[in-house]
Write a protein that binds this ligand. Structure first.
Ligand code: ADP
Length: 741
């Protein structure tokens, strides 16, 4: 990016939401307004999307940061969206240009789908001509036109389909997945009571993202995607698979169909046709559920709030730093990093997928999808079978032990389920070690079968048990004996801090105890996100959603009063949950264990809060990590704010406690637990088949999957503080300050 000289920076920017609404759009608007204000720039909200630009008047008005309070948790878009025919015409766009220049706006953040972003790009390209036409018609003073020679444009993608190139996730897709998974969990219980089959249609005309991910997250039996039509005899295969499932004891069958699904000839496959097929073949009722607009609705998920906040802030940075004639950029998230890519290239790549599908070039369409899309599709095909493939039992029947360590993390059951099925499918035996490393010492070890893990993907808690026991050197002989007795060839440890400590303990003593010299892989599963070798651990997304929905309720409870809430969240000595929930729930202040709390900060924060309430604020939200400070406890801080708030506000504390570790795992946690486990099994298989015995920690680093040698564990952690030395998420600290100000 070429930096713009300060003098040519825009002094006001416009923000609009356009096309179909998507949950998280409000968070993006809020972030744009607050980030712009932080940089001394005024934001004009353009209401009703592109129609607002064309009609102007009261539809384009300044939005103060205070006006963006209380919108983060709302679905849809509070500034409105509309389809606008007039914007497709030059006259319409000319009117839009005049409305912008009249207000001194020549920079625009457009939040919408590919249609809206295309329209805005046309507008940007025509801008100089539109202004010249306005000058010629006497509608615009030449000197005013000269002050705005170009329109700066950045695009954010708001779309529930996750159908846009240039970003791994679009704003709204995660929430849509939440809605689908909630609905399917509910369906599963009724389907199972009546031994019924459900055909569920989800959105996605050209993109099977929602259908594919929902299938992984809910253990559907079959899925039909637009970009990967099934083989010609799919109808026979599907009925055979559903029947096989019934025969081995599945009480319910679910088929998911994306609305754009078709066969290899391009003929649509509808929910109706699937139902008829199943009824005819199985001779029992099949019911159709079309989820429709429910998928768009409801409160945005924690991830969508975070993503939209991150991207909204980055959009402002982009507008303020680029030169006026720069090519417009799309801001997205790739491999967990904010990235900018040329807007129109992204639109064209997106459209290419639909063109390939229309031309029945499905391989071409699939090639344009990401690597993780392919992998997820393959994993799903193995895991949703009714039984392991018969051809799989080749080579030695290795025995893999699965164990947890640390607190329960949502997604643990999904990981065990994936390990059992993927292991059995390779012809291995999979042994569940119950009750963590204590169970390993005692020999509480059981061989698992395919159907033992049926239904586990959606369950919270840890069916095979977990605890925080870390074996000492004195426990190692008994552990070595059990590993030998059960002929365990490799270990998958899915857990948190103490699980990592325990796994490393075994690994570090492999020279003393020959039995411990086996490949071990550690899979990060902890709500605290405090283990090394990864930027993200499974379980934390569920915990964040739990915190955010509790804070939403707390907000509602405080509507009638003038109150400051001090909410304590878990995380031990890691502030990940604090920072991320602070961003996603909209906290004014956060107190992190990494920074501690001082008397000076508290004093300054009390004064700042008083000022805000004097200026009309009705609710204050502070999030404090449980390990933030041993002296300035949540109770202490609440008393301090209560006393100092006087007539202005009262203060209450809410300690969220263990509910954060429980609940149904979020779609992300189910999907990541499944896909990371698949990679872990592959790693162990690779070691076993080649006779190597390396051990590793799997994780996402720079958004990519990496294996870090377990031997390096001690140098990657601060054992006193019980957290990794490198915590990349701390880079978002400043964003939390900007959003809270
Ligand atoms: P989405 O942004 O969700 O893809 P649409 O395709 O309906 O939604 O586009 C939303 C609006 O964007 C349209 O109503 C129209 O105003 C504008 N738009 C879309 N395509 C164009 C285009 N080619 N030229 C001008 N405006 C367009």
């Amino acid at each position: 990016m070429s930096a713009a000289p300060a003098s040519s920076r825009p002094t006001s920017i416009g923000v609009l939401t356009s096309g179909g609404d998507a949950p998280g759009m409000n968070a993006a608007v809020r972030a744009v307004v607050r980030s712009a204000a932080y940089h001394g720039v005024v934001t004009y909200a353009v209401h009703e999307g592109l129609r607002g630009l064309v009609y102007g008047g009261d539809l384009i008005r300044p939005m103060e940061p205070a006006e963006t309070g209380g919108i983060l948790h709302k679905g849809g878009t509070v500034i409105g969206t509309a389809r606008c025919k007039e914007f497709r015409t030059r006259e319409g766009r000319r009117a839009a240009a005049r409305n912008m220049v009249d207000r001194g706006i020549d920079a625009l953040v457009a939040i919408g789908g590919d249609g809206s972003l295309t329209g805005c790009d046309i507008f940007r390209r025509e801008w100089p001509e539109l202004l010249a036409e306005l000058v010629e018609a006497g509608e615009l003073a030449p000197e005013k036109a000269a002050r705005h020679p170009a329109l700066r444009l950045v695009g954010l993608v708001g779309s529930i389909d996750n159908d846009m190139a240039g970003t791994d996730m679009t704003i709204g897709a995660d929430t849509a997945l939440h809605r689908i998974v909630e609905a399917m969990d509910a369906l599963r219980s009724t389907a199972s009571s009546h031994q019924r089959t459900f055909v569920v249609e989800v959105m996605g005309r050209h993109c099977g993202y929602l259908a594919l991910m929902a299938s992984i997250a809910t253990a559907a039996n079959w899925v039909l995607l637009p970009e990967q039509p099934p083989a010609d005899d799919w109808d026979v295969q599907m009925c055979r698979d559903v029947k096989a499932g019934r025969e081995i004891g599945r009480r319910q069958s679910i088929v998911i169909v994306a609305e754009g699904a078709c066969d290899r000839e391009g003929n649509p496959i509808t929910a109706e046709s699937i139902r008829n097929l199943l009824e005819a073949e199985l001779g029992e009722d099949a019911r159709i559920t079309i989820l429709g607009h429910v998928q768009r609705g409801g409160a945005p998920s924690a991830f969508d709030r975070y993503l939209a906040t991150l991207l909204g802030d980055a959009a402002v940075e982009q507008l303020l730093n680029e030169t006026p004639d720069a090519e417009p950029q799309l801001i997205g998230l790739r491999e967990n990093r904010v990235v900018t890519s040329p807007l129109m290239e992204c639109v064209q790549r997106t459209r290419a997928v639909s063109e390939h599908i229309q031309a029945r070039d499905f391989d071409g369409a699939m090639k344009l999808r990401s690597g993780s899309f392919h992998q997820s599709y393959q994993i799903l095909q193995t895991i949703q079978q009714a039984a392991p493939r018969r051809t799989a039992a080749v080579g030695r029947r290795f025995r893999i032990g699965v164990i947890h360590g640390g607190g329960p993390a949502p997604g643990m059951n999904a990981a065990v389920r994936a390990a059992v099925r993927l292991g059995l499918d390779r012809g291995y035996s999979v042994l569940a070690i119950r009750r963590g490393f204590r169970g390993l010492r005692r020999g509480d070890i059981h061989e698992m079968n395919w159907m033992d893990v049926s239904g586990w993907v959606s369950e919270g808690g840890a069916e095979i048990g977990t605890n925080r026991f870390v074996p000492g050197v004195e426990d190692l002989p008994a552990i070595a004996e059990q590993i030998a007795a059960h002929r365990i060839d490799a270990l998958l440890m899915a857990g948190g801090w103490t699980g990592y400590e325990a796994a490393h303990m075994l690994h570090a003593h492999r020279d003393t105890f020959r039995e411990l010299d086996i490949p071990i892989v550690c899979l990060p599963m902890t709500i605290n996100n405090d283990v090394p070798g990864t930027e993200l651990s499974i379980g934390s997304d569920t915990a964040l959603n739990s915190i955010v929905s509790d804070v939403d309720k707390i907000r509602q409870s405080a509507v009638a009063t003038r109150r400051v809430f001090i909410v304590e969240v878990m995380g031990r000595d890691s502030g990940y949950l604090t920072l991320l929930s602070g961003l996603a729930a909209g906290a004014e202040r956060i107190y992190l264990p990494e920074e501690g709390i001082t008397l000076d900060t508290l004093t300054a924060d009390v004064h700042a809060m008083e000022e805000n309430f004097r200026a009309g604020r009705r609710l204050g939200l502070i999030i404090r990590g449980e390990g933030a400070d041993p002296v300035y406890t949540t109770g202490f801080i609440t008393s301090l704010f209560e006393k100092e708030g006087g007539e202005l506000f009262d203060a209450r504390q809410a300690i969220l406690g263990h509910i954060q570790e429980g609940g149904d795992p979020s779609p992300f946690d189910r999907i990541h637990a499944t896909s990371l486990t698949a990679h872990c099994i592959e790693y162990l298989a690779d070691q076993l088949q080649s006779g190597r015995r390396a051990s590793a920690m799997i994780g996402f680093q720079s958004g990519r999957l990496q294996f870090t040698d377990l031997t390096t564990y001690p140098v990657l952690v601060d054992r006193n503080a019980q957290r990794p030395i490198e915590q990349r998420w701390m880079q978002r600290r400043q964003l939390a300050r900007i959003m809270g100000s």
